[in-house]
Design a protein around this ligand. Structure first.
Ligand SMILES: Cc1ncc(COP(=O)(O)O)c(C=O)c1O
Length: 371
């Protein structure tokens, strides 16, 4: 049952298009992993996973064991790589659901090995090495020895090794070049030590376009499969289609007199009489309160400024003397007529990144899929 008109439409054709577009940068044989953590950046884990696999992705990436279980419960059989080391107490669930964990510490390696041994199975793991981001990963100097140690534990097969860029969205950055060099040297050293690892991976979306030397055996595609750019300079290099459109409908209109304040705190008042339209979405849906008095929405193909504070369930916009009625369509993210508001515009208005804008769209907003 759905009474409120607020909805996020997800164009799965756009997801497929974007996965294919990224594939065009890769040499034959390089695998594509679709990152579907955080509810597929707000787009819906299972639907996006299926669309990405349809379009040529061969693996999925998650952050939580729970996210991997959602995929398995939906009947998705593709390899699922956890890009965060699992908590020790999750080792059994990781094994049971055939999730491929990232391993950065001896404790996690031991826990997963113990769980696999009890289960009598062998589980693929991807060892993470730190090449400079200093978030996850075994210390670089210990990396090769650590892979050897993990490989020697019962029930574990080191299928992959990986690392992550700190500045991957900036073209020709010396720090990124250095990370590529370090990762390549690490892989060479593994070979020399007689440790064969099938799946070496380093880059996320941006490096697919900007750093061909970072492709190795697999690339991890996140933001760009959603049709958003990690940096605007990439727009000219790769044609993507935004997959998410957030819309609603006007729920109430009123005339507001000049000088009359509106919403909590009465932070805004019109200079002359105006029509205000209420829209049933607010920060309780992940639509940022920081957009108060600074964000726009589209009604009737025109931009309308948010008037006063965004509240938990409702925001109000200034429509001037235009003829705006209850039920009129409102585009919050997406196009209407010739106008477009994208997640990147919203992000720049509130000092964040487009990733956070789409990830924040909460569970109260139903997702509708266009197949
Ligand atoms: C380890 C790892 N790989 C890949 C990605 C995907 O990055 P992007 O969305 O920039 O493609 C992320 C995103 O947070 C990540 O943490």
């Amino acid at each position: 049952m759905k009474f409120r008109p607020t909805v996020a439409e997800i164009d799965l054709g756009a997801i497929r298009h974007n996965v294919e577009a990224l594939g065009s940068f890769l040499a034959p044989g390089v695998e594509r992993l679709a990152v579907v953590k955080a509810n597929a950046y707000g787009h819906g884990t299972v639907e996006v996973a299926r669309a990405a696999l349809d379009a040529g992705a061969t693996r999925l990436g998650v952050a939580l064991v729970e996210e991997g279980i959602v995929l398995r419960d939906a009947g998705i059989d593709a390899p699922v790589v956890m890009l965060v080391e699992p908590p020790l107490e999750a080792a059994k669930a990781v094994v049971e659901h055939r999730i491929t964990p990232s391993i950065s510490t001896p404790a996690a390696a031991q826990a997963v090995s113990d769980a696999a041994s009890i289960d009598g199975s062998t589980i693929a793991v991807h060892v993470c090495v730190d090449t400079g981001m200093h978030r996850e990963g075994m210390d670089y100097e210990r990396g090769v020895a650590f892979v050897g140690e993990v490989a020697s534990l019962p029930g574990l097969e080191v299928e992959g090794v990986w690392s992550h860029f700190a500045l991957g969205e900036q073209a020709e950055h010396p720090f990124t070049a250095r990370q590529i060099e370090l990762f390549a040297a690490f892989c060479d050293e593994l070979s020399r030590a007689g440790i064969d690892v099938a799946v070496r991976h380093l880059t996320s979306s941006a490096g697919i376009v900007l750093y061909p030397a970072s492709h190795f055996d697999l690339v991890r595609m996140g933001i760009m499969i959603y049709g958003l750019y990690p940096d605007e300079a990439l727009r000219a290099r790769c044609e993507l289609r935004p997959a998410l459109r957030l819309s609603s409908a006007v729920s109430l209109t009123r005339r507001l007199g000049a000088g009359e304040g509106i919403s909590y705190g009465l932070t805004w008042a019109p200079e002359r009489d105006t029509t205000i339209a209420n829209i049933p979405i607010g920060y309780g849906d992940g639509f940022a309160r920081m957009l108060s008095n600074t964000g726009d929405v589209l009604i009737g193909g025109k931009r309308r400024r948010i008037a006063g504070r965004v509240t938990m369930d409702t925001l109000m916009v200034d429509c001037g003397d235009d003829d705006v009625s209850v039920g009129d369509e409102v585009a919050l993210i997406g196009s209407q007529g010739a106008e477009t508001i994208d997640a990147t515009e919203i992000a720049s208005r509130i000092g964040t990144i487009n990733y956070e804008v789409v990830c924040s769209i909460g569970p109260r907003v139903p997702r509708r899929y266009i197949r």
